[in-house]
Design a protein around this ligand. Structure first.
Ligand SMILES: *Cc1c(COP(=O)(O)O)cnc(C)c1O
Length: 414
């Protein structure tokens, strides 16, 4: 039976259709078939524009900071919401030396997009796909012996004559994934029973790289050095070590042989850095409806906003199902005619209302920018993901990855 490729190219329009051509699928089986949206499918003016030039600029900025360390850009969660295949193709051409993803499915999506550089699968979930991990030339991260055993078995099954390279994850303080220091010796001893697998990389993840002081990171890096030494004593000597996420790029001790920046490549640094990064994503829509309401009139579900003066209200076709968080109710802003205008009332699923009383001249079809820059007759401004995140009490990572599949991505140069 044919199933949809995990992480296939989904787009804003997706159809659930029966598949009479799949004889083995049996009567009445329904197969979810993702399909690429043609521009003609995009009727709603809500879309995310991904600036590929900004992406390349950020990669080069990150490479400068990384110095001699290799840059393995992290493209999990559909490339932080930007569309992993297009992002990966752009970065690979611009000199990215490798990619990291969380899931096996995400790695397959990149290979299917023609990506050839090494891909590290960090989450460690392989299900029954060990043979596919090997066949697609992926680098699995492991953190327990059962994973090693499964890969060894898969290697034997295909009669591989060279060991499979894996990266071992060590927990130095994140307490999420990875072997704790006191588990390393036992792991290393048992590892020798599986000559089909070789630990070529050693990694850890930093919990507090964005903290104002270096203390927590230094402590983790110290533990990482101790773990490295202990493993070496037991005959495990990886070729490369890596620890740094975006926030740790500027922390010298964390650079090692490679770095794993995620959000920095999309234009957001969690800490101040010397290089300028450009926000890659711009989310825009258009005003679809306008009305004038009187003092005392309310706006939206539960009447959470009431007019204190005669007000001009613009409706935009973007709501929480698109990734415009409901936490922005009476809090967020959008740019219209180059000027910031407040979101008023409860953000609804598909739409939101904007107070444009102080934005003279707004008409239907005017552009409204949710994220990114706009220049208009009334000025020029930029809404950063960090600002949206602060308004809804979260972090820029969540803002970017929340822009939902319903919002089509458009790729552009400048
Ligand atoms: C997500 C992730 C990164 C990248 O984090 P950023 O803060 O976006 O740079 C690096 N390493 C691991 C293990 C991760 O899960």
């Amino acid at each position: 039976m044919t199933v949809t490729k995990p992480g296939g190219e989904y787009d804003s329009v997706e159809m659930l259709e029966s598949s009479p051509d799949l004889s083995s699928a049996g009567q009445g089986t329904r197969v979810l078939r993702p399909r690429r949206a043609a521009p003609a499918d995009i009727v709603r003016p809500t879309r995310a524009e991904v600036n590929l030039a900004a992406l390349r600029h950020n990669l080069h900025a990150v490479k400068k900071i990384a110095g001699s360390a290799k840059v393995w850009s992290v493209l999990k969660a559909d490339g932080y919401g930007h569309g992993a295949p297009a992002v990966a193709r752009t970065l690979e051409r611009a000199g990215a030396e490798g990619f990291c993803v969380a899931l096996f499915e995400e790695a397959i999506e990149l290979r299917d997009a023609g990506i050839r550089v090494p891909i590290l699968v960090m989450g460690g979930y392989y299900g029954s796909s060990h043979a596919d991990v090997i066949a697609r030339g992926l680098v699995p991260v492991v953190y327990d012996l059962a994973q090693v055993e499964s890969f060894a078995r898969a290697q034997r099954a295909i009669g591989a004559n060279a060991p499979l390279g894996v990266h071992l994850k060590v927990d130095t303080g994140m307490a999420r994934l990875g072997l704790r220091h006191n588990e390393l010796a036992k792991f290393a001893e048992k590892l020798s029973q599986f000559p089909e697998v070789r630990v070529t990389g050693l990694m850890t993840h930093l919990a507090c790289a964005d903290a104002p002081t270096n203390a927590e990171t230094e402590e983790q890096m110290l533990k990482f050095d101790e773990s490295t030494a202990l493993l070496a004593k037991h005959g495990v000597r990886p070729d490369v070590r890596h620890a740094a996420n975006s926030a740790a790029l500027g922390r010298g001790s964390a650079k090692l042989d490679a770095v794993r920046p995620g959000i920095a490549v999309f234009g957001h640094s969690p800490v101040p850095i010397n290089e300028e990064l450009w926000q890659v994503m711009r989310v825009r829509t258009e005003v679809v409806s306008l009305r004038t309401i009187e003092p005392g009139d309310s706006v939206g579900y539960s009447a959470l906003w009431k007019a204190s003066r005669t007000s001009r209200v613009a409706t935009i076709p973007m709501g929480y199902a698109d990734g415009l968080s409901r936490a922005l109710t009476n809090k967020g802003h959008v740019l219209i005619r180059g000027k910031r205008a407040p979101i008023i009332g409860a953000v609804s699923m598909d739409m939101s209302m904007i107070d444009v009383t102080d934005v003279p001249g707004v008409s239907v079809r005017d552009e409204a920018v949710i994220l990114g820059a706009q220049e208009g007759p009334l000025g020029k401004d930029t809404i950063r993901a960090e600002q949206v995140a602060a308004a809804c009490g979260t972090i820029a990572w969540e803002i970017l990855t929340s822009i939902s599949r319903r919002v089509p991505r458009f790729y552009r140069e400048p």
